[in-house]
Design a protein around this ligand. Structure first.
Ligand SMILES: Cc1cc2nc3c(=O)[nH]c(=O)nc-3n(C[C@H](O)[C@H](O)[C@H](O)COP(=O)(O)O)c2cc1C
Length: 341
């Protein structure tokens, strides 16, 4: 199985976009990203979406703290006011994000009422103005994440028109969730599953716009899925959401097949995460805020249920010891070695 990406995935900005982990609210916080980094040493990681207004009201520190190991790291912003977005970018400058991404794909009603997210696909000129202003406020690439359309928008002409507008504002990189968002009637969760995936539409866009880098997102659950969806198409890379979170070892496999990286072994991972948890706990972070992102680590292995239960429950007790991470991983490794022997 081979996976070939346009210009080997390295953009003119030097960032390797062959593999990204998608922005996911409540999931891809800084602890999750630190964990993912151990599994996918070169993948581009994304923050959860943060609104420009939240940054401007509550201050950047609350949302932007991260560990140096998380780089390359993109900040995803939500908003639709070009000046406010630019001000938010200025406010986060000191945090050194490698890329700023504008969310034009989120279908949540809360987001729609703020008039940003997926509903902006119906307003390409406004998105272009946002991107243009944002790019003036930073030296790092400003990129867009969107769907192939919304509601009854034509998937062919509507997407082309949207992308042309964004490209005219000199955005060069588009993360494309290859399904529509149906804003009327579906919950955000349903909107991630029910509108059909259309990889071939995404492929057509990549072919039509060779000057852009199109990163394919949506429903990619294994390296085989990626090979199938990208074969013969001109994508710059893939972005993985739920599969990366729910099955972290699949993320490690994708990273090694796409980027040739070696993930930490389970025992080394245990050591690293235990040390990380110890340091974070000294700053007041509860252990489960870190371990909750690790519960899928054993997915598909013997003892997965017990691993999940112990790590899930014992991390929540008062004075939980970070050594729990190493303990549960050692137990997992032992059970699986026994079954191999
Ligand atoms: C829990 C959750 C939260 C999400 N939050 C965001 C978000 O903040 N911004 C965004 O652009 N997409 C968000 N998404 C969508 C993902 O980035 C991704 O586009 C989608 O899940 C499809 O990719 P997948 O099939 O690989 O999961 C979220 C998805 C999930 C499951």
């Amino acid at each position: 199985m081979s996976m070939v990406f346009k210009h080997n995935g390295i953009g003119t900005d030097g960032i390797d976009r062959r593999l990204s982990v998608a922005p996911m609210m409540d999931w891809t916080d800084r602890h999750c990203r630190f964990f993912h980094r151990q599994l996918a040493p070169s993948a581009l990681l994304f923050t959860e979406m943060v609104t420009a207004e939240a940054i401007l009201h509550a201050g950047a520190g609350r949302f932007c703290r991260h560990d140096g190991a998380e780089h390359p790291l993109a900040l995803q912003l939500g908003g639709s006011d070009p000046d406010r977005l630019a001000s938010a970018i200025e406010a986060v400058a000191a945090f050194g994000f490698d890329e700023i991404n504008l969310n034009v794909g989120c279908p949540s009603p809360r987001v729609q009422s703020g008039s940003f997210g997926a509903c902006l696909m119906a307003e390409p000129e406004l998105v272009a103005r946002c991107v243009s202003k944002m790019a003036q406020a930073t030296d790092v690439p400003v990129t867009v994440k969107c769907r192939i359309g919304i509601d009854d928008m034509d998937e062919m002409s509507g997407l082309d028109r949207f992308v042309d507008a964004v490209a005219s504002a000199r955005a060069r990189i588009i993360y494309l969730h290859a399904r529509k968002a149906w804003l009327d009637g579906l919950s955000p969760r349903e909107n991630r599953d029910i509108p059909p995936l259309n990889y071939s539409r995404a492929g057509m866009l990549a072919e039509r716009c060779p000057e852009l880098d199109i990163v394919l997102n949506g429903g990619l659950c294994s390296a085989d899925d990626i090979a199938g969806a990208t074969q013969g198409r001109q994508f710059a890379g893939v972005m993985i959401g739920r599969a990366a979170y729910k099955t972290p070892l699949v993320l490690a496999d994708m990273a090694s097949q796409i980027q040739g990286t070696e993930p930490a072994s389970l025992l080394v991972l245990g050591e690293i995460m235990t040390g990380y948890a110890r340091a974070q706990m000294a700053d007041g972070t509860p252990l489960h805020a870190i371990t909750r992102h690790m519960l899928g680590l054993a997915a598909g292995m013997k003892g997965a249920k017990q691993f999940r239960r112990r790590l899930g429950e014992e991390a929540r007790v008062q004075n939980a010891d970070p050594a729990l991470i190493m303990d549960t991983i050692e137990q997992l490794v032992a059970v699986n070695e026994k079954s191999v022997a």
